[in-house]
Design a protein around this ligand. Structure first.
Ligand SMILES: [Ca+2]
Length: 392
């Protein structure tokens, strides 16, 4: 699994068909790569040379992993109230399409349609149906788009052109060619995402062997079919340490507009007593383990969340905090639980402050508040703070 910025999908559709033939045999690393596969895995070097001599260079796929190429901004639209431009803040941009009303609605329909298989996966692996559904929704829009990119050409482009994940993609290309050799399929045939991932859950070639399961027991693993995809995603999350019946993320409070006090993300687990500057908005009922701070950069201020071990498990599917947060929020919305907070007013000791509550955190424009009240605010037991939040 890798990054799937579905909000850039329109760009893919725009440029996805533009392909340029390229001979990768002129790259010295490709010669070594072929030699290694022939020597270690018994693949035919002549067949491999023919493959690499004629590759459709995948420029759009590459743009997602080479930061010099920026995605096109979304267009503003004119309404009766004036011109409305979408927020260009990182989380707003990332989540815009992934968490659309349409995506939530399709998710509810998918969950109902595949209830039996999803319930069986929950019994066997402990992963709630809405989470498996949300992953299928984000990865392939519930099976409607499993990718139109030629997997071999895409992985070759990403493996040998300059980009930040080229080493990863070189390993995936190796897995892919060995898989094709063993299953006796033409490497040029499979289609996938711009990262070379395949099926409803967008499994990368390296994950097939150890994590994909034949959940409908028909003798083959077909990740283009819902049953096998559902079982395989559940198996993947279970193997990544998912704890049955435990929260995934809860909103947290901090004072100020930007959270800069601590390192954030799945790489940095914290014990509860290390988190003095923040406070969960409600008690965590079923989880005592380490906490991951998840920061969502939004237009006016940052949102902060506490992620649990289950949040971390989702990042094993795709190594991105935003990805895991999108899965969490989509799953919760599919299950009719709210992840959004209201805007409102802050009242401190009876005084109305010029501030906003942007989603899940208190934001005050009055800096005095931070100096005078932050400690007592955060040290008070939940529900007894002197700051009263009025929600509209
Ligand atoms: Ca099967």
């Amino acid at each position: 699994m890798d990054l799937f910025f579905r909000q850039f999908f329109s760009i893919i559709l725009l440029f996805g068909t533009l392909a340029e033939a390229k001979n990768y045999l002129s790259y010295p690393e490709v010669g070594l790569f072929i030699h290694k596969l022939a020597t270690n895995n018994g693949l035919d070097p002549i067949a491999l040379q023919n493959l690499f001599a004629d590759v459709e260079y995948q420029q759009t796929a590459l743009s997602f992993y080479n930061e010099d190429i920026k995605p096109l901004p979304e267009k503003c639209r004119t309404t009766r109230r004036g011109t409305v431009c979408p927020s260009n803040a990182p989380w707003d941009r990332y989540s815009h399409n992934l968490l659309s009303l349409q995506s939530v609605q399709k998710g509810k329909e998918y969950l109902l349609r595949h209830r039996k298989s999803l319930d069986r996966a929950y019994k066997q692996y402990g992963i709630p149906p809405e989470y498996i559904t949300a992953i299928i929704g984000i990865e392939s829009f519930y099976g409607a788009n499993t990718g139109q990119y030629p997997v071999f050409d895409t992985l070759t482009t990403l493996a040998f052109e300059t980009n930040r994940r080229s080493e990863f993609f070189r390993s995936e290309l190796e897995h892919f060619l060995i898989l094709a050799h063993k299953q006796k399929i033409d490497p040029k045939a499979p289609k996938g995402s711009y990262a070379g991932a395949m099926g409803l859950g967008q499994f990368m070639p390296s994950n097939f062997k150890s994590l994909a399961v034949d959940f409908d027991r028909d003798g083959t693993i077909n990740l283009d079919k819902s049953d096998d995809a559902i079982g395989s995603i559940a198996h993947y999350l279970r193997q990544s340490g998912w704890l049955k019946g435990t929260e995934v993320a809860i909103p947290a409070i901090f004072l100020g507009t930007r959270f800069l006090n601590k390192k954030v993300g799945y790489q940095f687990p914290y014990k509860r007593n290390e988190l003095k500057e923040t406070r969960p908005k409600r008690p965590m009922m079923r989880y005592q383990g380490e906490i991951y701070l998840v920061k969502l950069e939004r237009a006016i201020s940052d949102e902060l969340w506490y992620g649990t071990q289950n949040f971390y498990a989702i990042t094993r599917y795709n190594h991105s905090d935003y990805y895991a947060m999108a899965v969490f929020q989509l799953a919760e919305m599919i299950a009719n639980r709210s992840v959004k907070q209201s805007s409102g007013t802050i009242i401190v000791n009876g005084n109305r402050l010029d501030g906003i509550i942007n989603n899940n955190e208190v934001v005050a424009n009055d800096n005095k508040l931070a100096g005078e009240n932050l400690e007592s605010f955060l040290d008070a037991p939940v529900g007894q703070q002197k700051i009263i939040i009025e929600l509209d």
